[in-house]
Structures are given as structure tokens and as C-alpha cells.
Design a protein around this ligand. Structure first.
Ligand code: SAM
Length: 151
């Protein structure tokens, strides 16, 4: 699995605990160093600026890619190509509607209207929704799966 913009491992750690092999990528080496892996053999960390072309270390293919609370619109297409056939892409982002109640995150970090389609591209949609969550944030959740043939 690939955890994109993994930070301190909020997603990476439970994935490792569940027995998955995880590649965690983030621009911050400090954050990645804080990931407290029970079994370091199952964790690979990659320091990379995701606004730049994806590094060879992230070639994959991955059975699943998660990207939570990080937005780089140019990134979605690259992530899709790193999925194995049948692999899953899961993205969760606060949306622009969130600005009705919260000044932050600022707009560039928020999913715009129609971003669900931009994220999914040619992936098969599995489940997606947008709405106010128990956390008090308005979030978009997108889950897609790579088909056998992808343009
Ligand atoms: C809001 S945090 C989310 C972290 C984690 N996904 C989570 O849900 O807790 C955003 C993360 O994006 C990372 N980040 C920001 N700009 C980045 C960039 N250009 N390339 C890679 N990571 C970046 C930050 O270092 C931070 O860890």
C-alpha cells in the first residue's frame, strides 16, 4: 500500500498494525521519522515533494493508495497509474463547502466542485460521498478501483 503525504503516520500505523506492507511518502523527513512502526520491515519511507514528478521509488504497482488531507490536483493521474489492476484509490479531503463554517484549511487545500471526477478519472467508482462529518468538517470521500484497461 502507498500512503500519500503520510505525515506522522496517522493512516500508516493502523495499516501496518493490520499487517499491510506500507510505503509512506511525505515531503517531511521529520514527520516520517516519527512513524512508530511495530515491524520496520513492513515500512518503507520515501521523502519526496509531491508537487514534482513522482520518484522512481513510488513506481509500484500498489494494491491500494490512500491520500488523506493532502491535495495536489496534478497528482491524481500519476497515482492512478501506480495502481495494480484491481487496486484501490482512496482519497479524503475537506471541500470548499467547509469554508462556510471554518476559515481553515484555506481554499487551495480544499476539494473543488467536481473534483471527485478529477480524482477518479478512468477508475471505476466504488463509493463516494460528500457531506458534513461528525468531525464538523465538510469532506469528500472518494474510492475508485483500477480497471483492467485504463486509458
Ligand atoms: C494535513 S497533513 C495530512 C497527513 C496525513 N495524511 C494525515 O491524514 O494525518 C498534510 C501532509 O502533507 C505533507 N505535504 C505538504 N506538502 C507536501 C508536498 N509538496 N509533498 C509531499 N508532502 C507534502 C505535509 O508534510 C503533511 O504531512
Amino acid at each position: 500500500m502507498l500512503d500519500v503525504a503520510a505525515g506522522r503516520g496517522r493512516q500508516t500505523r493502523p495499516l501496518l498494525d493490520a499487517g499491510h506492507r506500507v510505503t509512506a511518502v511525505d515531503v517531511s523527513a521529520v514527520g516520517l521519522a516519527l512513524i512508530d512502526a511495530v515491524d520496520q520491515h513492513e515500512l518503507r519511507t520515501v521523502v519526496a515533494d509531491l508537487t514534482m514528478p513522482l520518484p522512481a521509488a513510488l513506481k509500484g504497482p500498489f494494491d491500494a493508495i490512500v491520500c488523506i488531507d493532502y491535495r495536489a490536483p496534478a497528482l491524481w493521474a500519476g497515482l492512478r497509474t501506480r495502481l495494480e489492476v484491481g487496486g484501490h484509490l482512496l482519497v479524503s479531503l475537506a471541500t470548499v463547502v467547509n469554508l462556510e463554517r471554518h476559515a481553515r484549511p484555506s481554499r487551495r487545500f480544499l476539494a473543488e466542485e467536481g473534483e471527485q471526477e478529477t480524482i477518479l478519472g478512468p477508475l471505476e467508482p466504488v463509493q463516494s460521498s460528500a457531506g458534513w462529518r461528525d468531525s464538523g468538517r465538510h469532506e469528500l470521500w472518494v474510492w475508485g478501483q483500477r480497471p483492467a484497461r485504463m486509458a
